[in-house]
Ligand binder design. Structure first.
Ligand code: TRP
Length: 443
């Protein structure tokens, strides 16, 4: 076993679930489902999880564990003297871009956690409160910095003692907390309207936009397409079962997204709000609901703790992609590299945060810097990464090597192996090209 890796399958699993479950599940999924008519979106989403996300996740797991290196190094080792390592480099750049704004939102979760802990309920104008806060120059910067430093602190002691310990204890806790919140939310008057909205499909809602939203959300929610899973998989022991890890992660990620929707949407319906509020659903609608709800201020504390922990475990995985790469590429110590990367991120994150307030007039292609980083990573870099990863596994790697890695040298039986190869070769690349063209507004 390598010197610093996950010490058990459960540790690896919790870390990967920690990476997957984040703002994507708790913040984006409920509002995208709300915007797209609930059940129809959810059914499609589940379909894509199985035929698109599962093959991609298996691909990243195979590449990472086979090579045992960081995102770029893995491609270099598996395809020496080719340009494939650029796929990994794109991943490292993507991680940096995502972290720059993800940690700003992470700072917001700290703000909301602090105000729930101090029972700050004086302003009922949640919209103005939110806008004033994110546009102010100092406080969000400070909170962003705190979030990045906390992320770095978990990585400081390494994979086994940092990432694995953090995830192993906090993921089960997170699950219990969100389960409790959902049960409470379901007991509110008229909560069943929310459940009905989530469960009763109306296939008249189906549209190309909705299909592509479901695809894009699946990739983001499972941290696919930029080498996060490759990086983590390099720390997984050869005897663990990769198929099991992938399936359990996908099921848990889905359960978290559905539970988050079962927390938010019944409350939205119960208090007469609209489910299609968009990104403001979490930071604007929900605090208004907390004000009116019985035990709302306690509910808020648990909810924002969940949000904060989930965001932190995802940002840990993003930072590890960069740290693992830098440690191999620069030969500096892990701690030195962490310090260098954190300094760089505190700068780019600060610019992202300021671009919502004092620097709002500075635009890149018509977008604020914050939005530009978001669009650059999720619209361009991640689909590109996912495409290259599926092409690499489907067309470049030897089928026998892929089989060998997935089956632990033949000791596991893989009845659907040929189906997996078919999906990775043809369906996944084609589907991703479609998302890409749609986002570029070709159709
Ligand atoms: N999956 C996380 C979420 O749902 C975010 C995340 C972590 C991520 N690592 C990633 C997204 C890598 C894309 C790529 O919030």
């Amino acid at each position: 076993m390598r010197k610093d890796g996950f010490s058990s399958q459960i540790g690896a699993l919790m870390a990967i679930i920690g990476s997957a479950v984040g703002l994507g599940n708790l913040w984006k999924f409920p509002y995208i489902a709300g915007k797209n008519g609930g059940a129809t979106f959810i059914f499609l989403y589940i379909g894509f999880m199985i035929i698109l996300c599962l093959p991609l996740m298996l691909s990243e797991l195979v590449i990472g564990r086979r090579a045992g290196l960081d995102a770029a190094g893995s491609f270099k080792k598996l395809a020496p003297n080719t340009k494939w390592y650029i796929t990994g480099l794109i991943g490292v750049v993507t991680a940096f871009t995502i972290l720059s704004f993800y940690s700003v939102v992470g700072g917001w979760t700290i703000e909301y956690l602090i105000s729930s802990l101090t029972f700050k309920t004086e302003d009922s104008n949640a919209q103005a409160h939110f806008t004033d806060f994110i546009q102010s120059p100092i406080r969000p910067l400070f909170l962003h910095l705190s979030f990045i430093v906390l992320t770095a602190a978990v990585l400081w002691t390494g994979v086994k003692n940092g990432i694995e310990k953090f995830s192993k204890y906090l993921m089960p806790l997170l699950f219990l907390m969100i389960l409790g919140l959902a049960i409470f939310s379901l007991s509110l008057p008229n909560a069943m309207l929310g459940v009905e909205f989530l469960l009763k499909p109306n296939f008249a809602d189906l549209s190309p936009g909705l299909i592509l939203d479901a695809l894009g959300q699946g990739l983001f929610s499972l941290s696919l397409g930029m080498g996060t899973i490759i990086t983590y998989s390099a720390y997984i022991d050869k005897k663990e079962n990769l198929v099991q890890i992938a399936v359990i992660t996908i099921v848990m990620d889905l359960i978290f997204a559905l539970l988050a929707s079962l927390v938010i949407l019944p409350a939205v319906f119960s208090f007469g709000f609209q489910p299609n509020e968009g990104p403001g659903l979490l930071f604007i609608t929900l605090p208004q609901i907390f004000l009116q709800m019985p035990f709302g201020s306690y509910f808020a504390i648990v909810f924002f703790s969940v949000l904060f922990i989930a965001a932190l475990s995802s940002s840990i995985s993003l930072l590890e992609v960069i740290v693992a790469y830098m440690c191999r590429a620069t030969k500096l110590s892990r701690k030195k590299n962490i310090l260098i990367i954190v300094s760089a991120l505190s700068f780019t994150g600060a610019i992202c945060s300021l671009s919502l307030g004092p620097l709002a007039n500075f635009k890149i292609f018509g977008n604020s810097i914050f939005d530009f980083f978001d669009i650059l990573s999720s619209t361009y870099l991640m689909p590109l990464g996912a495409l290259l990863i599926s092409l690499f596994l489907g067309w470049k790697m030897k089928k026998t090597d892929v089989y060998d890695e997935l089956s632990n040298s033949g000791s596991l039986v893989l009845p659907l192996f040929n189906m997996f190869i078919f999906l990775v070769r043809y369906f996944v690349p084609l589907a991703i090209i479609l998302i890409f063209l749609n986002k570029l507004q070709v159709f």
